[in-house]
Design a protein around this ligand. Structure first.
Ligand code: MN
Length: 205
């Protein structure tokens, strides 16, 4: 199954005897109400991880500044390997020496509706839209709401990494709030900050 195959890179990078991150043995179905998650990851460089459920996996981008609710902000989004669906619940500490070492909190979570269309205004499956380099979707999160677009601005070639932009649609859910301070932000699941999760060693339940 394509979804499982796409987790090869995810698994190759991790030692599951050392990290509490999910291995991703379940899932693979297509949901009627696909999910999204935004995690804050205090890795070597702090960033937000934006993930959309597509065909049974979480398509993922690292966003250094995080998503913004302001349509004037164009947020650089660097694609990362597909993650298993269970990763949307992951919050904790990836121990030092392991891939992605650092603290992770679930900053926002919810469902989304695909808004992607072709030039004849016909709906396009999200996987196809991403393949073509432009996807639109409506987020129903606890923090993020409304339409957003992901657009590929650079292909992966000549040693340059593929790059995308995440931009808020100018709709009724747009606002000038921009992005929260990641250090003060609280988990949508536990209410904890990065520092609290780090201090507990990831035992936050
Ligand atoms: Mn990350």
């Amino acid at each position: 199954m394509a979804a499982r195959q796409s987790l090869t890179e995810y698994r190759r990078r991790r030692d599951f005897s050392k990290t509490a991150e999910p291995k991703g043995d379940t899932g693979g179905e297509t949901s009627a109400r696909p999910s999204f998650v935004v995690q804050i990851h205090d890795a070597s460089a702090l960033h937000f991880d934006f993930r959309l459920e597509v065909d049974g996996v979480l398509k993922s981008w690292a966003i250094p500044k995080g998503p913004s609710s302001d349509p004037h902000d164009k947020r650089l989004a660097m694609p990362t390997e597909d993650h298993p669906l269970e990763y949307r619940e992951f919050e904790g500490v990836i121990e030092s020496g392991e891939y992605g070492a650092g603290t992770v909190i679930v900053w926002d979570e919810g469902t989304y509706r695909n808004l992607s269309t072709d030039r004849h205004d016909e709906p396009v499956p999200l996987a196809d839209a991403l393949e073509h380099g432009h996807a639109s979707f409506w987020l129903n999160g606890r923090k993020l709401h409304g339409g957003y677009a992901l657009t590929r601005i650079r292909a992966d070639r000549g040693g340059e990494r593929e790059a995308w932009l995440l931009v808020k649609h100018a709709d009724e859910r747009a606002s000038a709030h921009g992005t929260p301070d990641p250090w003060r932000a609280r988990s949508a699941r536990s209410g904890h900050t990065l520092k609290q999760v780090a201090a507990s060693g990831g035992e936050t339940s």
